[in-house]
Design a protein around this ligand. Structure first.
Ligand code: NAD
Length: 269
């Protein structure tokens, strides 16, 4: 496999730092650029406490970084407010992208697909790069055939900007698509004593978002049926959990066409 020249966008963030470490330690990867709007001008190796003979300064301009570094792929873990702008800039330079940033809706996914086709580039967007989380979603999809009620509880650290999580929305989409007997559209009567008590709703699937210090990324899908419940749960207890999925995406993105939404498309499950 050829060596991949990688730029990390959001390099000084929680995920960005772990990804830079992963790239530096992977023999087929090379960190050629680090971009962030904070800690600009600092040597990323010193910033991360990595002993390196090379110096690589954090730049705040992704386009300039791409133009100077001849990168194969940009990995983006920034934030939902800037991600569409980042994608437009990067795809325009005809550089492939692996995106973990969340906050997409169906409309923005469509726009990304059009951009990838227009610039003849490949882009993978995955709401969750943890392999176990992808399996949790796939098992939920299978269970959806046999249960017509499901609720999702997603739990994240208190620094997460958006809610519900991209994983929760994607899971709800997968359940909704695979339910054979959707729950009756006729709402059962209930009284909400406090507004929001039943959480958000996606196609009759309620989603509850918990934000607390000490958490990383967790999700439980609860199915209800006559006389039984089924719970499918995944816990990312460390950001390392996302690294194998990101590596898989970086190593395969060149062989993909246009937009690939969801890591399961690259996994044989
Ligand atoms: P964070 O806030 O710690 O890091 C984001 C970084 O992006 C910050 O350093 C910030 O300064 C930088 N940034 C903001 N605007 C920028 C811009 N225009 N250009 C360059 N850098 C910019 O957040 P985090 O916890 O690292 O999470 C980042 C994103 O990844 C979030 O959307 C989060 O939900 C998502 N996430 C996805 C997965 C997954 O598996 N897909 C896993 C964890 C987190």
């Amino acid at each position: 496999m050829s060596r991949k020249r990688i730029i990390v966008n959001g390099a000084a963030g929680r995920m960005g730092k772990t990804i830079c470490h992963m790239v530096v330690n992977e023999k087929n990867h090379e960190l050629v650029g680090a971009v962030d709007v904070i800690n600009t001008g600092q040597d990323i190796f010193k910033f991360l406490g990595i002993d390196s003979k090379k110096e690589l300064y954090i730049n705040n301009d992704i386009v300039e970084e791409i133009q100077h570094k001849d990168a194969d792929v940009v990995i983006d873990f920034t934030n939902p407010e800037v991600i569409m702008d980042n994608i437009k800039k990067v795809l325009k330079t005809k550089t492939n992208m692996v995106v973990g940033t969340t906050g997409f809706d169906q409309e923005s996914i469509k726009v990304v697909e059009e951009l990838a086709n227009k610039y003849d580039t490949s882009i993978m967007i995955a709401p969750n790069f943890a392999l176990g989380a992808v399996m949790m979603m796939e098992f939920s999809k299978k269970a959806a055939k046999f249960f017509n009620q499901a609720e999702i509880v997603e739990l994240h650290h208190d620094g997460k900007m958006d809610a519900p999580s991209g994983t929760a929305v994607k899971t709800a989409e997968m359940i909704a698509e695979n339910r054979e007997k959707p729950e009756s559209k006729v709402k059962r009567k209930f009284i909400e004593n406090l507004e929001g008590a039943r959480g958000a709703e996606f196609d009759d699937i309620h989603i509850h978002s918990v934000r607390l210090k000490g958490l990383v990324a967790h999700q439980e899908v609860i199915f209800g049926g006559e006389g039984q419940t089924l719970k499918i749960r995944h816990d990312s207890i460390d950001r390392e959990s996302f690294m194998p999925g990101i590596k898989l995406a970086v190593n395969n993105i060149e062989d993909m066409d246009g937009l690939v939404y969801g890591l399961e498309k690259m996994m044989d499950i």
